[in-house]
Design a protein around this ligand. Structure first.
Ligand SMILES: Cc1ncc(COP(=O)(O)O)c(C=O)c1O
Length: 389
């Protein structure tokens, strides 16, 4: 969350005063406006606003036809929710290394493809765009589907296209920690009409059939899914957040660039697949060793974080995945399902050594979009002196 305040408060008051909080059938149509704005600003034909990024991921996987018997390749460095969504769809997550950019390594993805692979989930972690040209090319060569996890990259882009709008489907998150927020929320983006129809049904499977005329132009037959429908209060907040999106990104990127320009001769940065499209939330420095990274991160005034220390973002800490506990009921557990027999990997702590090494030699510094030049110059001074210690 970067900017939230009077505008969102006004919208909340307006919606509360109207007493019209249900997404469908109400006069306000706040959720519909969110979806219109997403379609427009992400240049994508279909968008569904929902309760979370996880909801968008699992709805997308179901809609893409992923299920038991399928492997889905995910990066070993992503929030656990990415892998859990795969399990939530009944499929098996297969881990791929990240490369120097700290995003999924297309070369390792290719190594991990098997006859059971159905999809790849590139994750634009920390707002860093994945190498989408390589991912889309290898998906095309192998007949695989691509679901972009853009939950940490709301509004970012790759070669001029918004993240989440490049693959067969994409997911955004609007939880409290994300670039845009309505407390909790998410969105699914897709250009594929069939994926849209299936996700529409899956994300709201009781109300979609009961309220309004939502299925009037839908050809997909109804099936049982979940209830990930959002509400007009969250949508009202999201409408103002989406209005703020480009200014937040512009200020993040400008401040990141100012720091990078000021440090160009002093350190090595984690390389980017597209610096112009990077969200600018994080300045990522690369070091020769973990010890050097830790020394820098802990220096006075730095408040740096090594990505290896980010808990459930690192596969070793995905406890329920590592321990193959895919559901409470054994018959609902993808790791025990007959259809998945023979494709469940041996998840080991050391299975993605390149990822662990890269995460241990990087340091993240948060970018504040509200910093003025004085604040940025002060930071530059602190970073330079920490680098010289
Ligand atoms: C990379 C990634 N994927 C998925 C999610 C899930 O998003 P949500 O918390 O909105 O369900 C998150 C949230 O932290 C995330 O960082």
């Amino acid at each position: 969350m970067y900017r939230i305040g009077a505008k969102e408060l006004e919208e909340l008051k307006r919606v509360l005063d109207a007493g019209d909080l249900f997404k469908i059938n109400g006069g306000l149509q706040e959720s519909r406006q969110v979806e219109d704005k997403l379609r427009q600003s992400f240049s994508v034909p279909h968008a569904i606003f929902m309760t979370s990024g996880y909801a968008a991921l699992v709805s997308a996987l179901v809609a893409l036809g992923v299920g038991p018997g399928d492997e889905v390749i995910v990066p070993a460095y992503t929030y656990i929710a990415t892998a859990m969504a795969v399990v939530g769809a009944g499929a098996i997550p297969v881990l791929a290394e990240v490369d120097d950019t700290l995003t999924i390594d297309p070369g390792d993805v290719e190594q991990k493809i098997s006859p059971h692979t159905k999809a790849i989930i590139p994750v634009h972690i920390q707002g860093f765009p994945c190498d989408m040209d390589s991912i889309m090319a290898l998906a095309g060569r192998h007949g695989l589907l691509v679901l972009e996890d853009a939950c940490q990259a709301d509004g970012g882009s790759y070669k001029g296209r918004r993240l989440g709008a490049i693959g067969n489907a994409g997911a955004l998150s609007f939880n409290f920690f994300k670039i845009l927020t309505c407390g909790e929320g998410g969105a699914l983006l897709t250009a594929d009409r069939q994926v849209f129809e299936r996700a529409l049904i899956y994300h709201d499977s009781s109300a979609v059939a009961y309220f309004g005329d939502q299925l009037s132009s839908v050809e997909t037959e109804e099936f049982c899914g979940g209830e990930f429908r959002s509400n007009e209060l969250c949508a009202a907040v999201m409408n103002r957040q989406l209005d703020r999106m480009d200014a937040i990104l512009a200020d993040l990127r400008a401040n990141k660039k100012y720091l990078m320009d000021g440090l160009a001769d002093a350190c090595r940065f984690v390389p980017s697949n597209d610096l112009a499209g990077d969200c600018g939330t994080t300045l990522a420095l690369q070091f020769e060793s973990e010890a050097a990274a830790r020394r820098f991160a802990q220096a006075d005034g730095i408040n740096g974080v090594l990505p290896i220390d980010t808990g459930k973002h690192v596969y070793r800490h995905w406890t329920p995945i590592m321990k193959k506990r895919g559901a409470l009921h054994p018959l609902m557990d993808p790791f025990k399902m007959e259809a998945n027999r023979g494709i469940v990997p041996d998840y080991r702590d050391d299975m993605c050594p390149q990822t662990l090494e890269r995460l241990a030699k990087a340091v993240y510094l948060n970018i504040d979009p509200n910093d003025d030049q004085n604040a940025l110059d002060r930071k530059l001074g602190q970073i330079r002196s920490a680098l010289n210690r």
